[in-house]
Design a protein around this ligand. Structure first.
Ligand SMILES: N[C@@H](CCC(=O)N[C@@H](CS)C(=O)NCC(=O)O)C(=O)O
Length: 282
């Protein structure tokens, strides 16, 4: 078994997927160093590029083990360092499955809704002229509405417990969701004051692992507005539009944003292939 002496996390402090791993490593008291593998949108670390064909963060390097995908990294950490556990014990398979399901809804559906608003807010892809301002308002309404629907669903799953792990306490579902709720609050779409979800947020944020991780988000989030320049300065930067995120962009009303991104070649799709070769120009 590998030791955990020299863990390297390729990530970004504003990535909700990466925040899951930062919280898990801190919960398990595993020291790590982190590196952002991109500069100006260009992948700068050959080790990162070799490791993950999808070129997404997070990636965890532990000796000869190079693991991508936040869910797989969580499972890896649980195998490698089971204590303290972040998943209920095997003797309670229902609770384990519930934790994983909530993590999955957070990672796929909620994250995608959040990401759409990031694309609008940080990249300025909607909002330059009157017509686009209407689009921006329309997407804002949709994001707000869907976030509220997600809050209702999550609150129902929380029930009367302190954490989503139920009687097993803080775990996978909590750490996946807390980064996303923190981002929604930053966006101006918080859970209702006095709601069970807001109380859960405060409870999570009081944990050292979460507090430090959310502070790192707060300290770095202003840098996201640089995205606007990257799209327009001819640097060739492309934002990845993929699966749930791309579906959410279209579903929430941003089909034109996707179309223009393809036209101006400042979006890309998942590996393998390049945008131009995949689709041509619309
Ligand atoms: N399913 C992956 C998703 C990771 C992901 O989408 N990461 C984003 C950052 S939040 C990324 O690196 N995107 C690459 C890009 O935008 O080029 C996971 O759970 O780790």
């Amino acid at each position: 078994m590998s030791s955990t002496k020299d863990l390297l996390l390729f990530d970004h402090p504003v990535s909700s997927y990466a925040q899951k791993i930062r919280i898990a490593l801190r919960e398990k008291n595993l020291p790590f160093r982190s590196e952002i593998p991109v500069g100006g949108g260009i992948q700068s670390s050959p080790e990162f590029v070799e490791t993950n064909p999808r070129r997404e963060v997070p990636v965890l390097i532990n000796g000869s083990d190079a693991i991508f995908d936040s869910t797989i990294i969580l499972e890896y950490l649980e195998d490698l360092h089971p204590s303290p556990p972040l998943l209920p014990p095997a003797s309670d398979p229902g609770a384990r499955a519930r934790g994983r399901m909530i993590e999955d809804v957070a990672d796929t559906i909620y994250e995608a809704v959040n990401w759409v608003w990031g694309e609008v807010l940080w990249s300025g892809r909607a909002g330059d002229d009157e017509e686009r301002n209407l689009l921006r308002k329309h997407i804002a309404t949709q994001v707000c509405d869907q976030t509220e629907q997600l809050y209702t669903w999550f609150e129902d799953k929380l029930g009367e417990y302190d954490f989503f792990g139920g009687s097993h306490g803080f775990g996978y579902a909590d750490l996946a969701l807390i980064a996303l709720v923190h981002r929604s609050i930053y966006y101006g779409f918080p859970p209702a004051n006095g709601s069970k979800l807001m109380a859960w947020y405060d409870r999570c944020a009081a944990r050292e692992s979460v507090r430090v991780t959310l502070r790192e988000f707060d300290e770095n989030v202003a840098g996201m507005f640089k995205l606007k320049g990257f799209y327009r300065d001819g640097s060739g930067f492309r934002r990845q539009y993929r699966d749930h995120r791309m579906e959410a962009m279209v579903k929430l009303g941003g089909w034109e944003i996707l179309r223009d991104g393809i036209r101006h070649e400042n979006v890309k799709f998942s590996w393998p292939g390049q945008l131009g070769k995949q689709l041509g120009k619309l």
